[in-house]
Design a protein around this ligand. Sequence first.
Ligand SMILES: Nc1nc2c(c(=O)[nH]1)N[C@H]1C(S)=C(S)[C@@H](COP(=O)(O)OP(=O)(O)OC[C@H]3O[C@@H](n4cnc5c(=O)[nH]c(N)nc54)[C@H](O)[C@@H]3O)O[C@H]1N2
Ligand SMILES: Nc1nc2c(c(=O)[nH]1)N[C@H]1C(S)=C(S)[C@@H](COP(=O)(O)OP(=O)(O)OC[C@H]3O[C@@H](n4cnc5c(=O)[nH]c(N)nc54)[C@H](O)[C@@H]3O)O[C@H]1N2
Ligand code: SF4
Ligand SMILES: [Mo]
Length: 885
Amino acid sequence: MPPSPQSTTCPYCGVGCGVKAVVNNRQMTVTGDETHPANQGRLCSKGTALGNTFSLEGRLLEPRIRRNGQFETATWDETLETAAAKFAQVIADHGPDAVAFYVSGQLLTEDYYAVNKLAKGYIGTANVDTNSRLCMSSAVAAHKQAFGADLVPGTYDDLTEADMLVFSGHNAAWTHPVLYRRIETRDNQFRVCIDPKRTDTAKAADLHLMIKPQTDVRLWNGLCAHLIARDALDHDFIDQHTEGYSRLMAALSADDQSLDAIAEDCGISVTDLKTFYDAFLHTPKVVSLFSMGSNQSSQGVHKGLALINAHLLSGKIGKPGAAPFSITGQPNAMGGREVGGLANMLAAHMDFDEASKSLVQRYWGSPTIAPKAGLKAVDMFEAVRLGKIKAIWIMATNPMVSMPDTNKIHEALTNCELVVVSDVFARTDTMNMAHIQLPAAAWGEKDGTVTNSERVISRQRNLVPLPGSVRPDWAIVSEVARRMNPDWVSAFNWAGPDEVFAEHAGLTAFENDGKRFLDLGGLTGMSKAEYDALQPVRWPFKKGGLPGDRLFADGQFNTPNGRARLVPPIVRSPANQTTDDFPFHLNSARVRDHWHTLTRTALAPELNRHLTEPLLDIHPEDARRLHIKDGRLAVVTTAYGEAILKARVTDDVREGSLHIPMHWTKQFAPFGRSNQLINPAVDPISGQPEFKHTPANVRAYNEAWHGFVMTPRDFDGELPTWSDDTIWRRATHAHADCFEFAGIAPVDMSGIEACQTLDDVTTGLTRRVRVEDGRLTRVVFVAPIHKKLPPRDWLLERFGDAELEAAHRAALLIGRLPGMQDKGRIICACRSVGEIAINAAIDDGAKTVEDIGDITTAGTSCGSCKGELKQCLLKRVITKEPVHA
Ligand SMILES: Nc1nc2c(c(=O)[nH]1)N[C@H]1C(S)=C(S)[C@@H](COP(=O)(O)OP(=O)(O)OC[C@H]3O[C@@H](n4cnc5c(=O)[nH]c(N)nc54)[C@H](O)[C@@H]3O)O[C@H]1N2
Ligand SMILES: Nc1nc2c(c(=O)[nH]1)N[C@H]1C(S)=C(S)[C@@H](COP(=O)(O)OP(=O)(O)OC[C@H]3O[C@@H](n4cnc5c(=O)[nH]c(N)nc54)[C@H](O)[C@@H]3O)O[C@H]1N2
Ligand code: SF4
Ligand SMILES: [Mo]
């Protein structure tokens, strides 16, 4: 009998889609869970590919300790003893604040709860911060200021209920694809995108405000001023449910709020600005989504407040289809905030006031309680670098890639006495820095809960036996806690995640009496079976009450007097401004098919096809002036570091702006890493880094030759001897890895053993292939930069042939069969349909995205590529431009 599907939740974005998985011996097929309220059966390209990232390739399966520069496998006993003893020693010698935990919105709530309890209640330090600092902390701070607690008012139903949607610094089409598919089901909805880049979301919007970078506060303050000037206020709501109106009004009137002045400051047309303001004024049901373009800024908190103010002034909150809506990035960004995973929060939405500290300490029965807020991520790593923090434990995050100014992070971890890293993979840029590597149970293996962007708690379930010696994160933390102090054993003696969850839910309800909106009392007292069978449920959920819905429906906020606060946001410039040396604004963001630091999505061949390497977007005017050519390498420099990556010349970015993706790592593109470039400036209130703006410069690299090497997958052997100026990047395909490279000095091929060689002196083309036992095991092609290389697909596929056919073998050095066509850039990842087939379909008469789907099957699975299919239609119809292979 085939195994029956089990239900769980996708481990990627904060949409929190339900997944049905059928697993057989670690072979997994997934479909969307039709009963899950978040996705109702849909999945995006990343969710659809989950089965292809579920093998054990690259996994860390045993604990390892670094000795004399080498990682050696060790027993759990030895590893845990070593970690616990060292932590205890550092605390004894230097006090609790000499240790730190840097955790992640990809931990489960139970994992998070265990770490938070250990640090704040037992060790007595609040040096527990999370990558949510890089992600949500500005929204958290804005929520706390405006609503009195970190509360997201709306639900996903509000997004389709609204007559107008604003995407503020949010590329939903790529980053929350399933939500975006839901939105698309709604007709007659006016969509506005506020983004200095022309993203897929911007292209599909009715109005794109391509603002100058970092001018959001001016834009939203202007809207508030116009609401006031045109008396489009909800006076009753303001009188009964808010405070601070006159202060806000006074602050706004200090600036010139004419349409002309605002449009000029924001770099957009007066007509577009007026269209936005008029639409907001005349539409009662508006949802404004805000995300990283808003949060990741040295004025991220004020950006959030300015947007929230517009909703409060017009009473567009707490009603169907009306809300300011901070959308979360990671699968459990919300759960982490609920347990208190941020260094400036204690636990369960409580702060470090005396009453809260006493409450939490009594609930835990703990020996101590962290006296004050701990260090936020950027400050935490700086304290490590300065030797103030001597031991750090990093869990489920890859700060060597994702923190700003990563050269400093490298320095910090190099200097640190003890770096413990828990991850699921053996080799990540951060794992490589560890003294102790802890093998964590991965998605599909671990068991617990996550909370998505609309406050819905869902179960992630264990679907397979734990491979090797891996353990769930909460269990590893508990083991270390128990070994640190025998008196702590009973506090960390949970038998399973159900017991951890019960304790967490209990704390949210403890002495609550309606004081804190976060209340999971209705989820206390579950049996293990009930916890295992838990269906998606939204908080607040009081004991004896019903699961939650939209917040603030009664106009009551979580402040002491129940009123929302109108806080005046200040219009400012970014912390670091452009200069003559660094005249460009450098922006960084996500791509459609990759997840963060590539550890998982890079394993799925279909997810590597949409974009095989990091690209630098630059405006045609800037490119022309600086002699930077499309498809050639460019060097980006900032005051912090340098990166070299392929330029894409496009007016999707503003003149004077550069854009790079955040994802690539030392493992995949050592020269194309974004965060060596990123300035460490943070928002002064939230501590969130300004990832979206760093002053930068750019120039052409002027490479003389280019080439590629193909090797069997997960290759760990010798490559050609590259000179210091060789720039390479790697992509994983079904049967092979492909290294693209380019440089200035010619490559030395003498080390490459080949069985077929073709050196063409007239063209300068060098080709080598190696076949062993009938199988293709190596391909190297090198050419001067002005010579084209063959498309890669056909050669890559040959690595999958158990025995090469004679005709194929003969064609290896040509790189393709005679007359064969390449697929071009892959647009539809699920069905592996390339640009060339799509353009052919359009030439054959396809008029709509659906027509293209009928002819090519593109866009008929998850739909994540529909926006791009629409772009192909537009582009092809207008220009009939030839497509390059
Ligand atoms: N495919 C994919 N999806 C993901 C993720 C992933 O890695 N890959 N990660 C998840 C996570 S953790 C997160 S946090 C979310 C993030 O989701 P998003 O917030 O949509 O992510 P980004 O692409 O980083 O940034 C959004 C936009 O902000 C714009 N921006 C830059 N500067 C400004 C500015 O000054 N003002 C405004 N208004 N906009 C600006 C950028 O141009 C960019 O288009 O995505 C989640 N979903
Ligand atoms: N330039 C730039 N930088 C950015 C951003 C940006 O927009 N621009 N965005 C920022 C944002 S919003 C975010 S959220 C961060 C994300 O940045 P990171 O958190 O560093 O990125 P991930 O690749 O998701 O890292 C998760 C790590 O946990 C591992 N892992 C997966 N599952 C588990 C598990 O169950 N247990 C354990 N122990 N490990 C596990 C993965 O293998 C991986 O190494 O990046 C930030 N950095
Ligand atoms: S939208 Fe995609 S990545 Fe996000 S939870 Fe759903 S399937 Fe996963
Ligand atoms: Mo994030």
